[in-house]
Design a protein around this ligand. Structure first.
Ligand SMILES: Nc1ncnc2c1ncn2[C@@H]1O[C@H](COP(=O)(O)OP(=O)(O)OP(=O)(O)O)[C@@H](O)[C@H]1O
Length: 338
C-alpha cells in the first residue's frame, strides 16, 4: 500500500428493504492514492453516496461486507470509539448541502472550533480562536473576525459551503470525501468552490474522493475516474483516457449526453431508461444490458468482470467490444450496402 491511502476490496453495502437485503454497492474494489483526486461518477441512484458513506462509516443500519483498508484498520470492522478518533481527523467529509451540514443555532466560529476541539484538546481558547480565524481565511471568506460571530443563515450559499470545507479540513485530514460539493450552488460559485478544493489538494497533500454526476467537474478536477452503474464500477481509468477513449457503453453514453458546441446541431445519443431500483437489479449478468437491447446477447458475460484492457484501464463486461450507438450501426450498414 506504498502510495495508497485507502484500498477497498469487494465492498458490498446492502440495505434492508422488506424482508431482504439489497446491495446499493456491489463488489466494488478500488484504491485512493496520495495526492490524487479520484472522481466517482454516475447517474442518480447508482450508489455513489452509499459508497462515500460506507468509507466514512456513516451507515449504521446497512450491512457492510468486504474491506476498506486504511493504515492498519479495516474500516468495515472498526468500532464507534475508533471511528470517533478517525472521522473528522484522518478522514474529512464535505457534504452536499451546507444548510443541512451546519447547525443553524451555532455561530460559524463555534462550529469550526468544536471540530478542532474534538481532536485537539491541547490548544488554549485563544490559540483555538486564532486557528479558526486562520481556517476561515484559508477557505477564502473575507472579514473572518466578523464571520466568526455570524450564524449560517446570515451567509450566502457559497460562503456556507466554504464553512463546511473549513470544518472538513480543520484537522488536516489525509483523506477527504467530497459528496457533490457544488450541486447546491450556482455556476459561478461552483467554479470558485472547485478552485478552492484544488488549492487545498495542493497545500494539504490529501487524497480526495470526489463524488459527482457532472462530467464537466470531472474534466476540471479529477486525476482518475471510476464510473459507477447500478452499484458496480463499470470503468476505471485516468481522466485523459476517459475522455479520449471511453470504452464501457455506459461511459460512452454519459459522455455523449454532454452538450458540446463543436457537435453543433448533431443529435446527442441518449440511452433511454434509468438505473433500476435496488430490488429490481438483476442478480447476474451485465446490469447495463437492458438499456442496450440492440447489442447481441452473446456479447455479455454471465458473470461480468473488470478486465484490465490497457495498463490502469479497467472495463466491466466484454460487451464493450461490440458496443455502438444505434445510428452508428445504420451508418455502418449504409456503407456496407452501398
Ligand atoms: N438507507 C437506505 N435504505 C434503502 N435504500 C437506500 C438507502 N440509501 C440509498 N438507498 C438506495 O441505494 C441506491 C443508491 O443510492 P445513492 O444515494 O448511493 O445513489 P447516488 O448515486 O449517490 O444518487 P444521487 O446522485 O441521487 O445522490 C438507490 O437505489 C437508493 O434508493
Amino acid at each position: 500500500m506504498a502510495d495508497k491511502l485507502i484500498e477497498i476490496n469487494h465492498l458490498k453495502t446492502s440495505f434492508r428493504i422488506g424482508d431482504d437485503y439489497y446491495a446499493a454497492v456491489d463488489d466494488v474494489s478500488l484504491s485512493l492514492n496520495k495526492n490524487e483526486v479520484l472522481a466517482i461518477v454516475g447517474e442518480s441512484g447508482c450508489g455513489k453516496s452509499a459508497l462515500a458513506f460506507s468509507i466514512m462509516g456513516l451507515h449504521n443500519r446497512a450491512k457492510i461486507e468486504g474491506e476498506i483498508l486504511y493504515r492498519n484498520y479495516n474500516l468495515v470492522d472498526v468500532d464507534e470509539s475508533t471511528w470517533s478518533k478517525l472521522r473528522g481527523k484522518n478522514l474529512g467529509m464535505i457534504f452536499q448541502d451546507p444548510l443541512t451540514a451546519l447547525n443553524p443555532l451555532m455561530t460559524v466560529g463555534a462550529q469550526i472550533s468544536e471540530a478542532l476541539f474534538l481532536h485537539n484538546r491541547k490548544l488554549s481558547n485563544e490559540e483555538r480562536k486564532a486557528k479558526v480565524i486562520e481556517l476561515i481565511e484559508k477557505v477564502g471568506i473575507p472579514r473572518p473576525e466578523h464571520v466568526y460571530m455570524q450564524y449560517p443563515h446570515e451567509l450566502s450559499g457559497g460562503m456556507r459551503q466554504r464553512v463546511v470545507i473549513a470544518i472538513a479540513i480543520a484537522n488536516d485530514p489525509e483523506v477527504l470525501i467530497a459528496d457533490e460539493p457544488t450541486t447546491a450552488l450556482d455556476a459561478t460559485i461552483q467554479s470558485q468552490i472547485l478552485d478552492l478544493i484544488r488549492e487545498l489538494k495542493e497545500s494539504m497533500n490529501a487524497g480526495i474522493v470526489l463524488i459527482t454526476h457532472d462530467l464537466g467537474v470531472v474534466a476540471e478536477m479529477a486525476d482518475r475516474v471510476a464510473v459507477m452503474y447500478a452499484g458496480q464500477i463499470v470503468e476505471i481509468v485516468d481522466v485523459h483516457r476517459l475522455f479520449e477513449n471511453p470504452l464501457h457503453p455506459y461511459t460512452r453514453s454519459l459522455l455523449n449526453s454532454i452538450p458540446n458546441a463543436e457537435k453543433g446541431q448533431e443529435k446527442l445519443h441518449v440511452i433511454q431508461g434509468i438505473v433500476p431500483a435496488l430490488q429490481n437489479l438483476p442478480r447476474e449478468g451485465c446490469r447495463f444490458k437492458d438499456r442496450i437491447p440492440w447489442i447481441d446477447e452473446s456479447a455479455h458475460e454471465t458473470t461480468p468482470e473488470l478486465h484490465e484492457v490497457a495498463p490502469g484501464h479497467f472495463v466491466r463486461c466484454t460487451c464493450y467490444k461490440q458496443f455502438h450507438f444505434p445510428n452508428e450501426m445504420k451508418e455502418g450498414q449504409a456503407h456496407a450496402n452501398s
